[in-house]
Write a protein that binds this ligand. Structure first.
Ligand code: TYM
Length: 330
């Protein structure tokens, strides 16, 4: 079993990233060999501010460590420090089909109405993502629900490559999506949109860096409906905002939706929201304190990322060499 996953260093870490992916990465470090990386090359597919990107990379590394990623257990690195990602991605551009990429819903959403003016990188982004995991023979890729389609594409690319070149080169990666509601944490302003760093409203998401007061305020102002909470989870159907807040609470406390509803049934959001705010603050404030300490030592962060990259380069080398050989470039 080998676990590989990445996060884009754009914007700060939010509750969706944490519950959907990062806290599961943390749990997996003790069970398997893990490689986690900052997908800084993926960040080049939208408008880039170089100074901001540089700062965000370090900030995201600190946020991951503050959240519990232990560089002594997991290999933590920046994607751009391991050129094999870009090299394999180029080889796989020959395997991936335009029709496959055209079906990617994330490109349709991010490309918006002006697809022809999007960067080429935004379109071929999932090919680089496939290289990220195939390079290390990843068996499990812990991600939120929104990345499932990209990983299915990685499997298709791996299968076609193995087949076209008659090799058993790439292991087929399994998207590893969390159970329950954490797999898709929704915006606090709209229960039908996912919590996302690209949402223009700061009130739509909770950041690791938010103060306790900010967290309480965002939850107090979160959109809800006027009904009290039901006892039966099926009655949350058609109430996406209520379902989301109950789901976040359950993910934070490790309870099931049924257990949460058993406790809060019949109560309104005037009671539930402060309890939810307390649970979010209880989880985030110790992480925020650790983040402040880590930021104080940028040289140590650089050292951690470089030693991770060194290990990743070693692990990536054989598969890249085999891919070159398989296509006739060696
Ligand atoms: P990114 O940076 O958008 O998100 C990082 C991780 O957080 C999860 N996530 C969520 N989970 C639940 N609810 C949400 N609202 C939510 N928002 C984000 C994402 O599913 C992801 O697991 N393309 C990837 C980065 C990447 C990658 C990879 C991932 C590049 N190469 C290889 C896995 C393997 C991305 O943009 O994730």
């Amino acid at each position: 079993m080998r676990v590989v996953s990445g996060i884009q260093p754009t914007g700060g870490l939010h509750l969706g990233n944490l519950l959907g992916a990062i806290l599961r990465w943390v749990r997996m470090q003790d069970e398997a060999e893990c490689l986690f990386f900052l997908a800084d090359m993926h960040a080049l597919t939208i408008a880039v501010d170089p100074a901001e990107l540089r700062a965000n990379i370090r900030e995201m590394a600190a946020a991951l460590i503050a959240s519990g990623i232990d560089p002594a257990k997991a290999t933590l690195f920046r994607q751009s420090a391991v050129p094999a990602h870009a090299e394999l991605a180029w080889i796989l551009q020959g395997t991936a089909r335009i029709g496959w990429l055209e079906r990617m819903t994330q490109f349709k959403e991010k490309g918006g109405k002006h697809k022809e003016r999007s960067s080429v990188g935004l379109f071929t982004y999932p090919v680089l993502q496939a290289a990220d995991v195939l390079l290390y023979q990843a068996t499990h890729v812990p991600v939120g629900e929104d990345q499932k389609q990209h990983l299915e594409l990685a499997r298709d690319i791996a299968l076609k490559f193995n087949n076209d070149f008659d090799v058993e080169l790439f292991a087929l990666p399994e998207p590893f999506i969390g159970g329950g509601t954490a797999a898709r944490v929704m915006s606090l302003r709209d229960g039908k949109a996912k919590m996302s760093k690209s949402d223009p409203s700061e009130m739509s998401r909770i950041h690791l860096t938010d103060s306790d007061e900010d967290i309480a305020q965002k939850i107090r102002k979160a959109r809800t409906d006027p009904e009290p909470l039901p006892e039966d989870p099926a009655l949350l159907d058609g109430r996406p905002e209520a379902r989301n807040l109950v789901g976040i609470y359950a993910a934070l406390t490790g309870e099931s939706i049924e257990q949460v509803l058993a406790r809060f049934a019949g109560q309104g959001f005037g009671t539930f929201k402060p309890a939810l705010a307390d649970a979010v603050i209880a989880m985030l404030s110790p992480l925020r304190r650790r983040l402040d300490e880590l930021r104080a030592d940028p040289a140590e962060l650089e050292r951690i990322l470089e030693s991770g990259a060194e290990r990743a380069r070693t692990l990536a080398a054989p598969t890249l060499a085999n891919a070159y050989r398989a296509v006739g470039l060696a």
